[in-house]
Design a protein around this ligand. Structure first.
Ligand code: PLP
Length: 454
């Protein structure tokens, strides 16, 4: 069959991200062939509800004709131009304006990249360039968190705090300090209250700054709600506390909004839901619903001015990509953001939040579900061997994979992150579609309970 021959070609020629290559050679990939709305179909004709929005990104689902039209029209008019050396074009200008309009007050400036990783690499260079320009070149260190995901290139991968992404790649290569993950369920100490946990984490930041010297620390970077680390929701008071410490110590605050941005948490940006205003944001994913690769760094007047004042030297801010602000990608991005606004999808996510989060919490009735959590239209459950002690399964990730396999059989794409099962429905999902995703997830968990007991 075509599927068999494609699978053989795939194994012969393509190395996949985050995949056991030998296992893929043996079993073959799942070849996704087409999509529409919140559904995708594989090459055997099997239908799935896409409960992960691809990689947390396909806000408008898989069949938005207006995005197709925006791309087509731009391809016909001007398929490519760059934004180097004082050249520009209308789609990049219009999208930069739109992002600045949607962004929190004072974040008025945009630099385009192709991926979230490149956006966070750009953040590092922007901040270092700024501090060099301000005559404080020693102010270079980054504060980040364990379990954070900021990308996978050498710089953004250094900011990432996931061990598997460092091992074998000699990362981190940047001066970055990874602090405690703000996830009370897993990292709260014996007998500690959530408020005490928050205070301990804030003190850790202050102690780290005191030890290293504020004059050596450039920035604190974090996802308002961590995604790839397992949908980790910080305790109340954490982010406002972090923001205050940064302000007091003249440390830039960077919100990685690559997953949270454009409505995922029921607010336009995640930082708004978590109660802080950053100096810089990185955005991607829901910026174009992933119909085109595009990301951006969004930053304050103060950052812009420090950079702009110095950009007369050495031929300008010497950073950028062939496709920075690519006209087709930015045209699609603009149309995508217009649709998110016109259809009120940010408010829609907030409206669905109670039933979605309740559906996850209801799974706490299963003997292997230790925690259910989330905000807006993103959430997860943790599978554990023993609920009372929060003990993990002896082989980390194995039970998660079993549950993931059952979900696939039930026609639901979710994501197993170790023994955490994440769900991130497209922003266009109806209540009935979200309910059906939750129902299929419940069946998968129920089947896992039985399989684990055997
Ligand atoms: N930052 C966050 C929060 C992400 O979730 C991701 C990707 O999942 C990235 C950055 C990196 O984006 P990309 O995969 O486009 O390089």
């Amino acid at each position: 069959t075509l599927a068999n021959s494609l699978a053989a070609l795939d194994a012969a020629h393509q190395l996949h991200p985050f995949t056991d290559a030998r296992a893929l050679e043996e079993k073959g990939p799942i070849i996704i062939e087409k999509g529409d709305g919140v559904r995708v179909w594989d090459s055997t004709g099997k239908e799935y509800l896409e409960g992960m929005s691809g990689l947390w990104s396909v806000a408008l689902g898989f069949g938005e004709e207006r995005l197709v039209k925006a791309a087509h029209e731009q391809l016909q008019k001007l398929p490519y131009y760059h934004t180097f050396s004082a050249k520009s074009h209308e789609p990049s200008i219009r999208l930069a304006e739109k992002i600045a309009e949607m962004a929190p007050e004072g974040l008025n400036h945009v630099f385009f990249t192709n991926s979230g990783s490149e956006a966070n690499d750009t953040v590092v260079k922007l901040v270092w360039y700024m501090n060099n320009a301000l005559g404080r070149p020693q102010k270079k260190k980054f504060l980040a968190r364990k379990n954070a995901y900021h990308g996978i290139t050498m710089a953004s991968g250094s900011l990432t705090g996931i061990e598997a992404d460092h091992t074998d790649f000699d990362l981190p290569i940047l001066p970055v300090i990874h602090l405690t993950t703000p996830h009370f369920y897993r990292f709260g100490a014996e007998g500690e209250t959530e408020a005490q946990f928050t205070a301990r984490l804030l003190k850790e930041i202050e102690d780290t700054i005191a030890r290293e010297g504020a004059d050596t620390i450039a920035a604190f970077i974090g996802e308002p709600v961590m995604g790839a680390g397992g949908v980790l929701v910080p305790p109340a008071g954490y982010w406002p506390g972090v923001a205050e410490i940064c302000r007091k110590n003249d440390i830039l605050l960077i919100a990685d909004e690559v997953i949270n941005g454009f409505g995922r948490l029921g607010t336009t940006f995640g930082c708004q839901r978590m109660g802080f205003t950053p100096d810089i944001m990185s955005v991607s994913k829901q910026l174009t619903s992933s119909y085109m690769p595009l990301a951006a760094v969004v930053f304050s007047d103060a950052v812009y001015n420090a950079v702009a004042d110095n950009s007369h030297r050495l031929g300008g801010f010497a950073h950028g990509f062939t496709a920075s602000g690519h006209p087709v990608a930015t045209a699609v991005g603009l149309e995508n953001l217009k649709i998110i606004e016109e259809r009120g999808l940010v408010a829609h996510a907030a409206e669905l939040e109670p039933m979605f989060q309740k559906g996850l919490r209801d799974m706490l009735e299963f003997p292997i579900v230790g925690e259910a959590r989330g905000v807006g239209l993103i959430g997860a459950i943790d599978l554990v061997a023993d609920k009372a002690t929060k003990r993990k399964f002896s082989k980390p990730g194995q039970v998660g994979q079993i549950a993931n396999g059952f979900a696939h059989e039930e026609g639901l794409i979710l994501r197993a992150i170790g023994d955490t099962l994440a769900l991130c429905p497209p922003m266009i999902s109806t209540e009935a579609e979200v309910a059906e995703m939750l129902r299929r997830m419940r069946v998968a968990v129920e089947r896992t309970v039985k399989a684990v007991a055997e």
